[in-house]
Design a protein around this ligand. Sequence first.
Ligand code: FES
Length: 356
Amino acid sequence: MLFGVENLDLYLVLGILVFFGLLEVIAGHLHTTKRTRSDWIQEMGGFFALSVLIKPMIVLSVMGLGQLLVPQYANLVGGWSLLLMLPFYLFPDDILQYWYHRSAHEYEWLWKLHPPHHQAEEMGFFVSYRNAALYYVLMPNIWWVGIATFLGAAPGVALGLVLKQLVIIGSHSTTKWDRILYRFPWLSPVTSVIERIIITPAFHYAHHGKSMKDGVSDPNGNYGNMFSIWDQLFGTAKFTRQFPTDLGLVNDPKEKWTAAYFYPIVTSENPESELARGYQKQDTRRMEPSDVHLEAGTYLWCQCGHSQNQPFCDGSHHGTKFKPMVFEVAKARKMRLCNCKLSKTGPFCDNSHEQS
Ligand code: FES
């Protein structure tokens, strides 16, 4: 119940979905999309499984457990006003999701539940729901929805979910509502305030960009979901007000949707895939530097030591705390690049490999 209307939050979330869906259809996205059958299954199926099965089951379980174990805390904050209940639910929810999402990029076991989200080579509001089922089961902020509801903050949870869906669906949608803000330079101060509070499409598209080489993308940054304040606070924010054109993963093994969604119960048949049983990232560091002749351009130097294309990044750093170092070559020249990853002057070799 929200504002005295039964199921208003549900209608509003459905309304947001229909609204962005219609905008994408009107813009011709359905005709131009290159989505495969597997993409549609992951996006639509993921949405229904999350909304109808996973989320309700977690919330009902938490509430049942609460009644069983700590019944004295039921409805503890039920007397609070909506103005207090909203931040009580929303801020813990969003910071939990920030750290969970960031951890999914930094820890290998959790990353394996997240690639479907980044395998999407086109945006669209349903991309929000592409992840392995277990990713959602372990998502701490869904459990927080159950706890906050048990504590009596249901109206704050309902309104918070509506606002959050509005921002998240908007930041994945192809409508890119923020473009209008970038068109008029005199709007820049207003834009700065907006983008420093909530996640804009440009901010989130940068997270889906394939590679930092384009100067716009940062697949290992911009982790926020509703508020960009956590990225600014913890040093992972990148504001460019531009949209990457190349989206997805550098080395996409094109998993079947069954492995992508049901991992680790279903694993990949492709031994090269991270989702294959027993797969382990290889240590590809070498003690010898590489003497290379590079043309003028932008390059990514591997810092994680797992690339199959040393000394350059090939995207293997996903699931580690590393990301590549961007470096520019102004004009064609020879260089000695570090492969041991111990250099203090990376990407260049400083002979640190001789001291190890
Ligand atoms: S493969 Fe990208 S940093 Fe190593």
